[in-house]
Design a protein around this ligand. Structure first.
Ligand SMILES: [Zn+2]
Ligand SMILES: [Zn+2]
Length: 455
């Protein structure tokens, strides 16, 4: 049987990547994430799958495939599926976003996880704070330039630019030829040239199959959108035009965004203040010499939320939080220095504004994706209500983690693989428009149906 790839997620949807690659009896899982809208017909913030049922509540709605030899004993407890020894040799992870990692928590921890060195540092930071789905698995680290083999397959990880550090695409040599998996990518971030490295290597391989993301391949087409440097330019203008507090919602693990706002602070004499969770992440990532990361204490401060007694006693905090207490800024500190602070504040922490009581006339920057579904719209309304309540102006400022459709098309044409399997997109059929030479076959993936690599 020729080597083959089967998609169990990321099919006609953005995120939820779950692929199984098989070659001569060796089985590798490529990403195993949670889809963004996966299960939203049955579960939401008020109805969640029960922990006691392991993966059982997800099997009920076909949100996880029932595959033998894949899941842990804990995941199968109280389900109809019996635990058997692992039949998989590895999980290979492209990057640490939940739509690629989220369901790894159900996988048998005897199966090792291969990930980039930076990803393993992110995993360390979250393991020490709020938890990581990779917990318990042996971690095998790689960097760009490495090659590793799993059975008959050789993997060559190549860095790409994305909205989290340590993102990779892969050149994979199988017994039936070479395939490329792009992971998530963009060209318009600070390290866009890294994605070009993947495209160059992939093209030279004359691959049989290309598994590529297409988040922004849509029927309307897509405007070029903002680059990260444009975000910085706009942010600078906003911060310069604000006398009182600036606060912003953005993903703390988007280190490019952290640097963008850190730079805006450097140029305007403000201090960037982040949550303890982000501070923990920055501390761990500072071990990565290939990354530019602001230092906690020297470059950025930590926001100290009141918890339990509200008196900042050590016992109010988890052990991992305690080292940050002495260096923390309280709501009162932020109020006193509001003209000198740029505060990172996630929406769920907005009640802190009640304590901070900032002067009216400040600026709020929503530095995240704009609402694209009903739930997002509801959250945006809440955010706008809070911003209006404190009398701030609302600004939207964001650079996507994904390449616009046009650039995805250029990538597909340049690599010119024999078969193209579009994943991580709502519109796989649209990839047909990228076929100029008719030298390849479009294979819109079908859930649980294998596509062979090679002939
Ligand atoms: Zn993704
Ligand atoms: Zn991603």
């Amino acid at each position: 049987m020729p080597p083959r790839i089967t998609c169990y997620g990321g099919v006609g949807e953005i995120g939820g990547n779950k692929f199984i690659l098989e070659d001569r009896g060796v089985k590798v899982i490529l990403d195993f994430g949670t889809g963004f809208s996966e299960g939203s017909d049955y579960f939401d913030s008020s109805i969640s799958p029960r922990g006691v049922n392991g993966a059982g509540d997800l099997f009920e709605f076909d949100l996880l495939p029932q595959i033998p030899g894949l899941y842990s004993e804990g995941a199968l407890q109280n389900t109809n599926v019996e635990y058997t020894e692992p039949e998989f040799d590895a999980v290979v992870l492209s990057h640490y976003h939940s739509d690629h990692t989220g369901r790894i928590e159900y996988i048998d921890p005897k199966i090792p996880v291969y990930c980039g060195e930076t990803t393993s540092l992110i995993h360390d930071a979250y393991s020490a704070s709020t938890g990581s789905p990779l917990r318990g698995h042996p971690i095998r680290k790689f960097r760009t330039g490495d090659r590793f083999t799993i059975g008959p397959m050789e993997f060559r990880p190549i860095h790409v630019d994305h909205s989290i550090p340590g993102a990779y695409g892969f050149v994979i040599h199988t017994s039936g030829g070479t395939m490329i998996y792009t992971g998530d990518f963009r060209f318009h971030g600070p390290a866009g040239s890294m994605t070009k490295d993947l495209v160059d290597s992939a093209r030279q391989e004359k691959p049989k199959l290309l598994l590529t993301e297409g988040t922004r391949v849509t029927p309307k087409g897509d405007s070029a959108g903002m680059s990260e440097s444009a975000v910085k330019k706009e942010a600078l203008k906003m911060v310069r035009g604000t006398r009182s507090l600036v606060f912003s919602t953005f993903r703390g693990n988007d280190v490019d965004r952290v640097n963008t706002f850190f730079d805006a602070c450097l140029e305007t004499g403000r201090r960037l203040v982040v949550s303890m969770k982000v501070a923990m992440l920055l501390e761990k990532l500072s071990a990565d010499r290939g990354l530019r990361v602001p230092r906690v204490g020297r470059d950025v401060d930590v926001y100290l939320r009141r918890k339990k007694t509200g008196k900042f006693d050590d016992s109010d905090y988890y052990a991992w939080e305690r080292p940050f207490i002495a260096r923390g800024l309280t709501s009162e500190d932020v109020r006193r220095r509001q003209g000198e602070v740029f505060l990172h504040l996630e929406a769920w922490n907005f009640p802190e504004l009640i304590d901070i009581k900032p002067d009216r006339g400040g600026t709020y920057i929503h530095a995240a994706t704009e609402a694209f579904n009903e739930e997002g719209e509801k959250e945006e309304t809440l955010i706008r209500n809070w911003v209006e309540h404190v009398g701030f102006r609302y600004a939207q400022l964001h650079a996507s983690g994904h390449a616009p459709g046009k650039e995805v098309g250029e990538l597909v044409r340049t690599i010119s693989a024999k078969k193209v399997v579009p994943i991580h997109t709502e519109f796989p059929q649209l990839f047909g428009q990228f076929n100029s030479e008719r030298s390849w076959v479009l294979e819109p993936p079908v859930r649980a149906k294998a596509v062979s690599i090679g002939p």
